[in-house]
Write a protein that binds this ligand. Structure first.
Ligand code: GDP
Ligand code: MG
Length: 293
């Protein structure tokens, strides 16, 4: 039997709806979504298999002009993700200026990815009929979707499946590895912290899983939320530890849903000064820092 399989990378400007689309595609909440740009830490792999096709989904961090080390690391891994792709899904907010992937990503000409690009015009739920008709005429090759409502997602999937290269499956279809579970646990904890905090702290938070023991019941997870300053640590802990307790409780609920079992979450808050500008700290927290930096 002929199988098709390949890496499908979702790219686009911050806030275009990449994470929402990934969540919709894999049908469970894997990538974090947030109204704030730049919240996706690194590319995230979801795997979509049916009898004859396997889609390996990669997220890219927001494509943006690098300002400091974290941004550079994010842009470098976004560009690398594009190079590795078999198919690129370029997500554009249909209500914004429709730009090409090259314009959005700003990659130099010699790094133009070789993969075919599917233009996915997102947020069609908030387009008027007239605007939609105009866009359909101007972009006949585009797929019109709403990552939020699911509209157009089956079309997008069949387009992707038809374009996949003939290739054996990359992964055991049922496998959600410990590696992935750890990663998603960290994302859930960070997402929950973002949800429960006001604007002053979010970009300064990173989550590190120090211990993850799946052989115990409940599953034991020790995690650390790293912040840059003492003042942020105080906010995160809250009065009498109330804030971190509440974050831990909600994050535990999400992780239990993902793994389908009970979890003991041991959650700590630590100061890692200036981690966003510190290459060693960025590497330790799982960011890819460009060579020679
Ligand atoms: P990312 O930065 O590209 O990963 O974008 P997100 O997935 O985090 O989405 C950014 C914002 O756009 C969030 O508030 C989403 O709820 C919203 N959003 C995403 N897709 C849609 C959509 O199809 N329709 C509408 N109305 N909003 C959407
Ligand atoms: Mg995102």
């Amino acid at each position: 039997m002929t199988t098709r399989a390949g890496i499908v990378t979702v790219a686009g400007r911050p806030n275009a709806g990449k994470s929402t689309l990934l969540n919709r595609l894999v049908g469970t909440q894997l990538a974090i979504t947030s109204p704030k740009p730049q919240s996706t830490r690194d590319r995230i792999v979801g795997i979509l298999s049916d009898d004859t096709t396997q889609i390996v989904l990669h997220d890219t961090p927001g494509l943006l002009q690098p300002e400091y080390a974290l941004h550079k690391a994010m842009q470098a891994s976004a560009l690398q993700a594009l190079q590795d792709a078999d198919i690129i899904v370029h997500v554009v907010d249909a209500g914004s200026k429709i730009e090409s992937l090259a314009e959005a990503a700003g990659f130099p000409p010699h790094r133009t990815p070789k993969a075919p690009v599917i233009l996915a015009l997102n947020k069609t739920d908030s387009l008027s009929k007239g605007n939609r008709a105009g866009l359909e005429a101007d972009y006949p090759g585009a797929v019109f979707i709403s990552a939020l409502t699911g509209d157009g997602i089956p079309d997008l999937l069949s387009r992707i499946r038809a374009m996949l290269p003939v290739h054996p499956f990359f992964y055991d279809a049922e496998d959600l590895s410990t590696q992935q579970t750890r990663f998603f646990a960290a994302e859930f904890i960070r997402e929950t912290a973002l949800e429960q905090l006001s604007d002053e702290v979010p970009y300064s938070i990173a989550c590190e899983i120090e211990e993850f023991r799946e052989t115990r019941s409940p599953v034991y997870i020790r995690a650390v939320l790293h912040v840059e300053r003492d003042s942020q640590k105080r906010i995160l802990i809250g009065s009498g530890g109330a804030r971190v307790k509440s974050i831990g409780k909600e994050a535990r609920r999400k992780i239990e849903q993902l793994i389908g079992g009970q979890v003991y979450l041991d959650l700590w808050v630590k100061v890692l000064p200036n981690w966003r500008r510190d290459h060693a700290a960025l590497r330790r927290l799982g960011y890819k820092v460009p060579e020679g930096e």
